[in-house]
Design a protein around this ligand. Sequence first.
Ligand code: UT7
Length: 331
Amino acid sequence: MTKLRAAITGVQGYVPEYILTNKELETMVDTTDEWILTRTGISQRHILKGEGKGTSDMAAEAVKGLLKKTNTLPEEVEVIIVATVTPDMVFPATANIVSDKCGLKNAWGFDLGAACSGFLYALTTGARLIEAGSHKKVIVVGGDKMSSIIDYEDRQTCVIFGDGCGAVMLEPTSEEVGVMDSILRSDGAGREFLHQKAGGSVKPASHQTVDNREHFVYQEGKSVFKFAVTNMADVAAEIMERNNLHSDDVAWLVPHQANKRIIDATAQRMGLSPEKVMVNIERYGNTTAGTIPLCLWEWEKQLKKGDNVILAAFGGGFTWGAVWLKWAYNS
Ligand code: UT7
């Protein structure tokens, strides 16, 4: 029997209009454009403004564009997986809300929380549904409204994060393209370095948690940096080794956009020159689950059928991983 693979057949991104520049941040916290640019590689990030607007609004824009681009009717979609740590609400799932906003009447779906590795976890999960032969059209979304959980008085975190979202369509193929391999990892002991203290079942919201500013991202940057540099580079090298891929075989690295220095270390470990590395952190900052699909969206026209593409991420959890794709189409 021919092996079914899950191919990405389209990608669409969405970033909100408002641009928060390093210059504007200089007026909000004790920082400088120079510090942010040299320590992270970020110049600006997009922020979703407007009361009542959440992650689902960005996801719905991406999904509507994706449906149009792939000539898919909303009712044809069978599953939608939304990777996010900033769901619209604790429940129901943002996937349900996006389905409603986009008319995905026949889809079931769920949210997946794996922070910056969320898109890789969701892509791998969606691919398994296609490979099993039980589903033919699965949408995988990665996106976050990080501005909803960022303390704009904390210079250590507010300069890093931005809002944005990307979505891909997965469909079956019997060709040798699509999701070829994945390595996904996690280590819950890392939660002490990167988390949100309140708002979950351990510490529900109270006047005190609000007064203590505990509903925001807490990050011990230096520690996270150390783990990220090692683990992202290791897992990217591991997926190449176990599939006998050499640097010349790899057309593109699509790294999670957390810090330009982490990206450079990963590319170096894989033996890749900078032209093969997708980097847009300068314009979008760290959009958590959104970074990788936003890169694929921006580079879509340069991707060619058969290209070996390595996706790699590291983030809160800790979670990390790498996915090897053979790109499935020319656009
Ligand atoms: O995507 C999820 C996973 N997250 C990551 O991968 C993030 C990993 N970590 C990082 O990217 C980096 O650790 C940061 C960008 C968060 C920080 O860069 P760093 O080079 O590790 O800086 P640091 O935390 O060691 O701070 C160096 C100095 C400190 O001052 P002193 O103690 O040396 O006087 C900080 O207080 O820089 C200071 N600092 C700032 N200065 C100006 C920290 N934030 C800022 C700021 N502007 N925004």
